[in-house]
Design a protein around this ligand. Structure first.
Ligand SMILES: [Zn+2]
Ligand SMILES: [Zn+2]
Length: 577
């Protein structure tokens, strides 16, 4: 039976595999056995709602609500909803205890209203970091040194601007970059050295304005090459001729823009993989590795029996989940877990099991509607119960939720789109997120306009840039063409972006990097550069299409009729050379 989604109004169906999964996932309270309810939103809206609760990119200066000290946080000083924020070290200290925020369940109010109040009171961690050195302006980072405005990254040094750097050194303006050094403006590259504007490539040195290269050196404006050196516009040149051809592009912004315009045309006619699925069996999606029986999954590795998981590592038996790390199993409609088991409708649950409707809970079992608890069991709204009390009360709350309507928007508008289950089985409503949709990771992969987002009940953050302290403000287009003509004094200037008009400043290490690498100074705000790179990745939507070479049917994020040549894995490997 097809149902209309209450958010986008598109019809969708609940598949047989989904029904079977919901049957399998069981929460037992004494003699009462409960299964998660069928979702009311379509899968695409479920993904938006879930990931709207995650800001892994925007950082703000504010004060810690515990000590009043100045901190950098993922929470704006004026959050979109009430929320309490503690400095990272204070959050982990024994200066507070989440159990003291406990309250009794009130059958006269909806569960969501009560959870909203608890969520507003219990402190949140300012940023998510571990083991960094001199990386104040980063989040989602671990074991990094001297990095600035990067997120979701580990083991990096001297890297700036972008997301998902792993084991990189001195890389600027990159995203999805692994084991690389001295790269700039690269996207989805592995083991590369001194490359710029290179994407979807592996084991390359000194390659520029290119894509889909494997083990190449000194290639410029090339695509779909393997083990080549000194290629220019996909033509083999001698070392001397190659050097002559590319000399003009050194250090000049104007020539870089020419090369970028040419790169765009090259991208549109190059051969692309229908799907990046490596060493996997019976999988659909994109960017999958070492996985089995995973469907509609994106950025997932070493996983099995998952459906609609985005970003997952060693994930098993999970449906509609995102950012799942280190062996989560049997999870449903959950965001951000490490080693969670049998967990549904939750946010950030680490090393825990049998968790429902909870947030930021660590090393716990059997929790319902809790926030910020560590090493706890049998708690509801942060109140400690005995096993027997817990097993008696939770089923009553679930029955109560079934009778209270699905809650769509912040102004109290409520609706009950699919009848019987009421708000049981609904994820945290959109307006529970402390972030604007445009601050969240949802917007990175599924961008919406302000009008679209607010119509769907999401918050929207109006960005107001503080004018940085600067000797003068200069329009980016008025910078000298060549970095060698830019004076040191540029570090004291605010530059206004040629696309967004937003002001930005250069960091000293950054200027040194551009000079050493003979690269032009970026004319765009770091956020504009970031978004530009993200557009190299297709939306997380799968289309049925045919291989442009052999005609085989395949699933791809490239819809039929796009200008790129889309090959199945076999044809793609044959074509490279
Ligand atoms: Zn929808
Ligand atoms: Zn083919």
């Amino acid at each position: 039976m097809s149902l209309p989604c209450p958010l986008c109004h598109q019809p969708f169906t609940i598949g047989k595999d989904e029904t079977a999964f919901l049957e399998k996932m069981t929460f037992t309270f004494g003699k009462t056995v409960v299964h998660p309810a069928e979702p009311k939103e379509c899968p695409a809206c479920r993904l938006k709602i879930r990931t709207a609760h995650r800001n892994e990119r925007f950082l703000y200066r504010r004060k810690s609500d515990l000590s009043g000290k100045g901190i950098v946080a993922i929470f704006h000083p004026e959050p979109m909803r009430p929320c309490t924020v503690y400095a990272h070290d204070e959050w982990h200290s024994d200066k507070w205890d989440a159990i003291t925020y406990g309250r009794a369940y009130d059958f006269g109010r909806s569960f969501f209203d009560q959870f909203f109040d608890l969520q507003s009171a219990v402190p949140k961690m300012a940023v998510v970091t571990v083991g960094n050195e001199n990386c104040e302006f980063t989040t989602g980072t671990g074991y990094c040194k001297n990095c600035y405005l990067i997120n979701s990254s580990e083991y990096c040094e001297d890297c700036c601007y972008g997301k998902l750097f792993q084991k990189c050194r001195s890389c600027y303006d990159c995203s999805y970059i692994f084991d690389s050094e001295l790269c700039s403006q690269c996207f989805s590259v592995y083991n590369c050295y001194q490359c710029r504007f290179l994407s979807f490539s592996k084991n390359c040195n000194d390659c520029q304005f290119s894509l889909s290269l494997l083990s190449c050196k000194n290639c410029f404006l090339c695509s779909n090459l393997e083990r080549k050196e000194y290629c220019f516009r996909n033509k083999q040149l001698s070392k001397q001729d190659y050097a002559r051809e590319i000399a003009a592009y050194t250090d000049s912004y104007e020539k870089q823009q020419e090369a970028l315009a040419e790169l765009e045309l090259l991208q549109a006619k190059s051969i692309h993989r229908a799907a990046n699925i490596l060493n996997s069996e019976d999988c659909t999606g994109d960017y999958l590795e070492n996985s089995k029986n995973c469907h509609e999954c994106f950025d997932v590795s070493d996983s099995q029996d998952c459906t609609r998981v985005t970003v997952g590592v060693s994930t098993k038996d999970c449906f509609d989940c995102s950012n799942m790390y280190i062996k989560p199993e049997l999870c449903f409609m959950t965001l951000g877990t490490i080693e969670a088991y049998n967990t549904a409708y939750s946010l950030y649950v680490f090393h825990s099991q049998n968790i429902l409707y909870s947030e930021n809970c660590f090393h716990s079992k059997d929790l319902f509607g809790c926030c910020g608890l560590k090493h706890k069991q049998y708690c509801i709204l942060n109140t400690q119960y005995t096993k027997q009390e817990y097993e008696e009360l939770v089923p009553r709350i679930i029955e109560h939720m079934k009778k209270t309507p699905y809650q769509l928007s912040a102004d109290g508008a409520a609706m009950n789109p699919s009848g019987a289950s009421g708000s049981w089985g609904q994820y945290f409503p959109q307006h529970f997120s402390p972030f604007g949709y445009n601050e969240s990771v949802a917007h990175e992969y599924m961008p919406l306009t302000k009008e679209e987002a607010t119509a769907m009940g999401f918050h929207w953050r109006e960005t107001k840039d503080e004018i940085p302290e600067a000797k003068k403000i200069i329009a980016a287009r008025d910078l000298p063409d060549r970095t060698s003509d830019v004076p040191d004094d540029v570090l004291n200037w605010a530059i206004t972006c040629c696309v967004s008009g937003r002001p930005y400043k250069l960091q000293k290490a950054e200027l040194n990097f551009y000079r050493q690498q003979s690269l032009p100074i970026p004319r765009e705000h770091p956020d504009v550069r970031y978004d530009h790179r993200m557009r190299l990745k297709n939306a997380r939507t799968l289309w049925q299409r045919t291989c442009d070479k052999c005609g085989k049917k395949t699933m791809s994020t490239f819809a039929e009729g796009r200008s790129e040549r889309i090959y199945c894995e076999e044809c793609y490997s044959e074509a490279a050379g």
